[in-house]
Ligand binder design. Structure first.
Ligand code: SAM
Ligand code: SF4
Length: 402
């Protein structure tokens, strides 16, 4: 177990009556090229993808984590990146076999793989599906060749269209990622992108306002003609209007689903403050025990993570700590209030181990300001509180536990 979480067990005074669902995230850190706006732990691939070394490290990472999740079942798996679709069909099959050998994964678990349209082949996607992938998430970003070029994408619009077609033939569930408020984008161009995405009838869309993240090329050299705040807000309004008109439900800040069954179960588990084991470089875990809630982060550099994981002495873990009691209310709210319909209030007690009383003053302030719905059973932001989510969350940041 090395420096694993179970080794750090101590009496924290917390008492959880049960454990939440457990999801597994696997990070594949390589991309063909680094996009200038991206702050994910993704690295331009030099030469061939080191599949064997990666899989050996993943096995070592997983086996060292097992004592922390002993006896628990896994409700969803998400293979994200980076660009997991760079993995060969054989490597992906080995990856899923590895997970199945060591974990009890629900028979109907959602198994998602993120894919870049510049890396798609029909045969490979069919093979991914045969190995158990039942949901594909495609990083489309835009259907406009010029926008794709400015974003430094490795694919053009034609490849984006082809990728959707291939994905829809391969698996029953497809998500498309789009970004808006792109450099030089007009309201009409934003609308055209959205209409093109909705045309395919996939069950899920993730629609992100492009942000200039620190330590990215775009932050250092901001692109010309970025839409101003008013135009970006008009685009967000347009997105809401068009999706609602076609029956999409905006169930989370950036997530839109055709029905409640079409929601991303893996992401909903994060937002409901469920547990997750993150494997691979830079992956984060949140794991509950009966007396504490533990966070872990793995080494970010792919080479360091691969070299350390196989030593099996815990040195692939970059940091770990139990979440302090006073941080729990904010951490819980930061996730739960992103969901439009919120979560049952009982999740707060069940998943933080704190009594509802711990947040009573903050809740009272939110109610007075109209930021939360007045509902004894469901914790839910009001329309105002959801629109100004940061203001709502701030009320919980300042909260001191009694
Ligand atoms: C890990 S990437 C998805 C898969 C794959 N790597 C790709 O790009 O095709 C997750 C998604 O986050 C969104 N994203 C990444 N950086 C962003 C930024 N700076 N602002 C807004 N959305 C961003 C993109 O839509 C991207 O598809
Ligand atoms: S392909 Fe995706 S993960 Fe890779 S750099 Fe681009 S946005 Fe980031």
């Amino acid at each position: 177990m090395g420096q694993g979480a179970a080794a750090l067990a101590g009496d924290t005074g917390l008492e959880l009556v049960g454990l939440p669902p457990l999801a597994v995230y696997v990070h594949v850190p390589w991309c063909v090229r680094k996009c200038p706006y991206c702050d994910f732990n993704s690295h331009a691939l030099q030469g061939e993808l080191p599949e064997e070394q990666y899989l050996a490290a993943l096995q070592a990472d997983l086996e060292q984590a097992l004592p922390d999740i002993w006896g628990r079942q896994v409700s969803s798996v998400f293979i994200g990146g980076g660009t997991p679709s760079l993995l060969s069909a054989k490597a992906l099959d080995s990856l899923l076999s590895l997970l199945r050998t060591h974990l009890t994964i629900w028979p109907d678990a959602e198994i998602t793989l993120e894919a870049n349209p510049g890396t798609i082949e029909a045969g490979k996607f069919a093979a991914y599906a045969a190995s158990g992938v039942n949901r594909l998430s495609l990083g489309i970003q835009s259907f406009d060749d010029h926008a794709l070029q400015v974003l430094g994408r490795i694919h053009d619009a034609k490849q984006a269209h082809a990728a959707i077609d291939i994905a829809q033939r391969a698996v029953p569930r497809v998500n498309l990622d789009l970004m808006f408020a792109l450099p030089g984008q007009s309201l009409q161009a934003c609308e055209a992108d959205l209409r093109a995405a909705m045309f395919y009838g996939t069950e899920h869309l993730s629609l992100y306002n492009l942000t200039l993240e620190p330590n990215t090329v775009f932050a250092k050299y901001p692109p010309a003609n970025l839409p101003d705040d008013d135009l970006a807000a008009a685009m967000q309004d347009k997105v809401e209007e068009l999706t609602a008109a076609q029956g999409w439900e905006r169930y989370e800040v950036s997530a839109y689903a055709k029905s409640s069954r079409a929601r991303s179960r893996h992401n909903v588990n994060y937002w409901e403050f469920g547990d997750y084991l993150g494997l691979g470089p830079g992956a984060h875990s949140k794991l509950s025990f009966y007396n504490r809630i533990h966070r872990q982060a793995r080494l970010k550099q792919p080479e360091s993570w691969m070299e350390q994981a196989v030593l099996r002495n815990g040195s692939h873990i970059a940091s770990e700590q139990d979440i302090a009691h006073e941080d729990l209310p904010f951490e819980f709210m930061m996730n739960a209030l992103r969901l439009k319909e919120g979560v049952p209030w009982r999740y707060f007690t069940e998943r933080t181990g704190l009594p509802q009383l711990a947040v009573a003053p903050a809740v009272e302030r939110c109610l007075q300001k109209g930021l939360l719905e007045d509902d004894a059973l469901q914790l839910k932001a009001s329309t105002l509180g959801w629109r100004f989510l940061n203001d709502t969350l701030e009320e919980f940041l300042e909260e001191k536990l009694p």
